[in-house]
Design a protein around this ligand. Structure first.
Ligand code: FEO
Ligand code: CA
Ligand code: CA
Length: 620
């Protein structure tokens, strides 16, 4: 890695540079991976009643023969390439909260398009680059918890040359613009607005004091000079997707934490650092101003990040808890459901080329009103194996199966997953469980490195150089999330039927009218529809011609039909989705917009928007 700044790079580009690669998977190498055309077709939409006609036509299907979106509560929209939001006829939108908006009255007016937010106010405003979020109700108050995944230094630090932080204050500003925001919202002028100065409003940043639980808490692997007990980590970082516990707390997921650590004094990377992409120079040069982020001084500090962290939005004084039992990797989101016997189950993806899908199962059981102690600290972590015959298994990560200690399994989960032969996936992003039946969906966003000996194709990840992505889904045996086996299929393979006539055209439910690339965010609405958000190539050129800006679509799990609901401003991804308690308003995150959206005032501002129907009906 050169000494030039990486601050111009997107996280995906940064990750390509760092190139964390899975250890070569012995199980991939020994299995003959010739996926037949029949097998390939058979894995698409096997569950839905409107399943593709297997063995006929995917590769030669005309547009007219492809499924047409129907049966949705809205008229699907076309693509757009502009710097605005578009929603269906009969729907409206407006911003709810933008980067730099005040959470407390002392910070009102702190943001300006010329200078951004001053450091003194940077933990009293809404952070940048909104991502996963959830709605909670507490004592008659409506609370939103919202991740701020990362920052764009150039627009946060207009004074610093090329967006590189030059002082400890500027580093602190960047730290404060990320993390998590808890804010109260209330009806205002017919829509929703932020309750400035609410006692619930809170920022949780890279500096907030936390605690840890589970088998790796207090282990030698997480001890540092500042915390010799290994129980008091500071900060949650690169908060990507979200989750909610059944008992009403928020789960924030630490994704590309590796990018915040640098190596000031050069030394060899350890195998674990290589596997996790830790080393070189950090994305924001934190290590130059704060030794906590220098792995040559504090090699264990990165072990204190990459966890699922629980926050109680109802208690502003509560200390967030990092749950080591859920494993350490680039956590996308955390989808909690319950096994038939009452055990807690959490599905999680590791967003890296060729990394794995995980499941945590608690030892204890829970029912409404019962204590929650131990539910996220005492259990077993599993990784998924997707067999080519569309069966699958959850492989337990234990000292017996991995040859690693309990702490090592959790701190180095990726390596434990390789030991048991987990299936390498095309970048697992959000996982969403169907509320109407035992069925779980995972967005596999894309994988530039799929194919060849190092990462051969498999039935669930069947395309080399997969630039479009797919959504895999599984049904646990017996409809029980606690079962250790499942059946799987591909709900959709994204593609471009206008450009390709082979597998890159996508599956039958992709048409020239609904096509997209790089599915990422996902959530189910209460009516059992799957909302799909994209974070992909919005050039509208070449292989992506006709796909326009990033977008949000709605998928019908029964028929496989998919319809476009919203398009983002050019440059932005759509990520994060939650609803008002009455389900009449959807809150949608717009991250890294381009142009000067939404203010039209010289600088783009990531924002959460609200979308509603003009007739006041529910929308999810
Ligand atoms: Fe933060 Fe994998 O998206
Ligand atoms: Ca994402
Ligand atoms: Ca993504």
């Amino acid at each position: 890695m050169t000494s030039s700044s990486h601050t111009d790079l997107s996280w995906d580009e940064f990750d390509e540079l760092r190139d964390p690669r899975p250890a070569e998977n012995e199980f991939d190498r020994v299995v003959e991976r010739a996926i037949s055309r029949r097998g390939f077709l058979g894995s698409v939409l096997a569950f839905g009643s409107g399943a593709a006609v297997f063995g006929s036509g995917l590769l030669s299907t005309t547009t007219a023969a492809r499924a047409q979106a129907a049966g949705f509560a809205f008229t699907p929209i076309g693509i757009f390439t502009d710097h605005d939001i578009h929603v269906p006829e009969g729907y409206q939108w407006k911003p709810l909260v933008r980067w730099g908006d005040a959470l407390f009255s002392e910070a009102e007016g702190a943001y300006s398009p010329e200078t951004g937010v001053p450091v003194a106010m940077s933990d009293k405003v809404f952070g940048e680059n909104t991502d996963g979020m959830e709605t909670f109700e507490h004592d008659g108050h409506v609370l939103l918890t919202i991740n701020s995944e990362y920052v764009n230094p150039k627009i946060n630090l207009p004074a610093a040359s090329e967006g590189k932080p030059q002082t400890a204050d500027e580093v602190m500003l960047l730290k404060n613009m990320q993390g998590v925001t808890v804010l109260e919202i209330a009806p205002q002028d017919g829509t929703w607005g932020v309750v400035v100065d609410s006692a619930y409003n809170r920022r949780i940043t890279h500096e907030t004091q936390m605690t840890m639980d589970g088998p790796a808490a207090g282990s030698d692997l997480v001890k540092t000079n500042a915390d010799p007990e290994g129980m008091s980590p500071k900060g949650t970082m690169n908060n990507c997707g979200s989750g909610r516990t059944l008992w009403g707390t928020y789960l924030t997921c630490e994704e590309n934490f590796n990018g915040y650590f640098g190596m000031v004094t050069e030394r060899e990377q350890t195998p674990a650092e290589k596997r996790y992409g830790i080393g070189g120079e950090s994305n924001y040069l934190y290590e130059k101003f704060d030794p906590r982020y220098d792995i040559s001084a504090e090699p264990n500090e990165p072990h204190r990040h990459g966890w699922v962290t629980e926050i109680d939005p109802a208690d502003p004084e509560s200390t967030p808890v990092k749950h080591t039992a859920l494993g350490r990797f680039k956590h996308e989101n955390a989808e909690m459901v319950q096994a038939a016997d009452g055990r807690i189950v959490v599905y999680m993806g590791d967003d890296e080329r060729g990394e794995f899908i995980y499941r945590y199962v608690s030892n204890g059981t829970w029912a409404e009103g019962e204590p929650t102690d131990g539910l996220l600290s005492d259990g077993t972590l599993y990784v998924a194996k997707f067999n080519d015959d569309q069966s699958g298994e959850w492989l337990a990560l234990t000292p017996e199966t991995t040859g690693m200690s309990a702490e090592e399994i959790l701190v180095f989960s990726r390596m434990a997953g390789s030991e048991v032969g987990a299936t390498t996936m095309d970048r697992p992003e959000w996982i969403a469980a169907n509320p109407l039946r035992a069925e779980v969906y995972c967005a596999l966003t894309n994988n530039s490195k799929r194919g060849g000996d190092a990462m051969p194709v498999n039935a669930a990840n069947p395309r080399e150089t997969n630039e479009y992505g797919q959504i895999v889904r599984w049904q646990p045996e017996g409809g029980d999330h606690g079962a250790d086996s499942f059946a799987w299929d591909l709900y959709v393979m994204a593609g471009n039927p206008a450009v390709h006539s082979d597998a890159y055209a996508g599956s039958q439910n992709v048409t020239e009218g609904n096509m997209f690339n790089s599915p990422d965010g996902m959530a189910f609405s209460s009516d059992g529809m799957l909302w799909i958000q994209t974070d992909g190539d919005d050039s509208n050129e070449g292989d992506f011609a006709g796909q326009g800006n990033n977008q949000m679509l709605v998928g019908n799990p029964e028929t496989g039909e998919i319809a476009r609901f919203l398009t983002a401003p050019n440059g932005a991804e759509v990520t994060g989705l939650t609803w008002s308690p009455d389900r009449k308003v959807a809150f949608v995150g717009i991250q890294h917009p381009g142009g000067s959206w939404p203010d039209g005032a010289g600088k783009p501002r990531s924002a959460v928007i609200q979308v509603w129907r003009e007739d006041g009906a529910t929308i999810g």
